[in-house]
Design a protein around this ligand. Structure first.
Ligand SMILES: NC(=O)c1ccc[n+]([C@@H]2O[C@H](COP(=O)([O-])OP(=O)(O)OC[C@H]3O[C@@H](n4cnc5c(N)ncnc54)[C@H](OP(=O)(O)O)[C@@H]3O)[C@@H](O)[C@H]2O)c1
Length: 297
């Protein structure tokens, strides 16, 4: 089959597309590619300044782009709520939400509400945001919520401990993978929820493989060296790596629960294809318990 490229993205005129963490890395290239196809980009950024820099960069290449910066901090429930309220005051509908923002292995810190940062930013923020925005997406025909997973989401059941998952004691080398696992559990539980409320929206997921972006900045020196060596010989650019999410968001044949990943060796790079997700991520009991816990946080 022919490789998916940016030219395969359909025209997106009049489509309102929210991308979290769109100032850098994969989110930035996703925003840029969709802006080129005439979408109205709701470019989420941590603050106005970083949003402005990214917007300017995109406008330099595509001056016709329609981009609004939507600044809020995913590490604060209050800020997420303000962001969602603003979006709802300005937009009566959203066609696509891309849950992209993420952090990996930063020094231990917590969200403003006291949750371990991987769990709080990578997963819980998107749970809160998506639920707050459901009203303006659920009745939009063909709408989609795409959640970005990771190869690291393939964890063991013993690592998934709901009593600890949001607390300091769950901060360790595996907490990034656990948060990405939560992203996948959430994507499938969201899909079940959408069916229950007769929504027009589908929930699906993607992972980009491996690509050097700002996300590696907290990695150990040894890991950085290894990644940089791999990068020289093998790894795709962030622009290429963003194609899996772009395809998930824009593929007319996409169905609920599809998981798009690179087709190459170990799913590290390659043209997007649909892959099975880690089997544990399809466990309804785990997904429901995570959803129920998240409602209380
Ligand atoms: N790169 C990879 O190889 C890889 C592999 C598998 C999965 N992924 C996933 O792909 C997604 C994007 O990662 P990336 O590689 O593009 O990383 P990145 O370059 O570090 O971009 C992450 C984005 O998230 C934003 N963000 C982080 N914390 C935030 C907060 N509290 N509030 C608002 N925005 C926040 C960042 O904003 P600031 O710049 O302001 O922090 C940035 O825009 C993540 O979900 C990641 O888990 C990446």
């Amino acid at each position: 089959m022919k490789d998916f490229t940016l030219s395969d993205i359909p025209d997106l005129t009049d489509k309102n597309i929210l991308i979290t963490g769109a100032t850098k890395g994969l989110g930035y290239f996703t925003a840029k590619a969709l802006a080129k196809k005439n979408a109205n980009i709701l470019l989420h950024s941590r603050n106005v300044e970083s949003g402005e820099i990214s917007k300017k960069q995109i406008l330099k290449d595509y001056p016709e782009s329609k981009i609004e910066i939507i600044p809020f901090n995913l590490a604060s429930k209050k800020s997420i709520k303000e962001g969602a309220d603003y979006i709802k005051s300005k937009y009566s509908n959203i066609h696509i939400i891309i849950n992209n923002a993420g952090v990996m292995h930063p020094p231990y810190h917590e969200t403003e509400d006291g949750y371990e940062i991987h769990f709080g930013v990578n997963y819980l923020s998107h749970f809160i945001l998506n639920n707050l925005l459901l009203d303006i997406i659920k009745d939009v025909k063909g709408s989609k919520i795409v959640t970005v997973g990771s190869i690291a989401a393939d964890i063991g059941e013993e690592q998934f401990n709901l009593d600890k998952i949001y607390k300091k004691e769950s901060y360790h080398k595996g907490s990034y993978g656990i948060s990405k696992f939560c992203n996948l559990l959430f994507s499938y539980e969201l899909e079940r929820h959408l069916r229950k409320i007769n929504a027009q929206t589908i929930s699906l997921a993607s992972h980009p493989g491996v690509s050097i972006t700002n996300i590696i900045r907290h990695s150990s020196k040894i890991r950085l060296l290894l990644i940089k060596i791999l990068d020289k010989i093998f790894l795709p650019s962030p622009e290429k790596a963003s194609l899996t999410t772009i395809k998930a968001a824009t593929d007319k044949d996409a169905k609920a629960n599809f998981y798009y990943a690179p087709s190459g060796f170990l799913q590290i790079k390659g043209s997007p294809k649909i892959v099975p997700s880690p089997p544990l991520a399809r466990r309804e009991d785990l997904a429901k318990s995570l959803w129920d816990l998240s409602k209380t946080l």
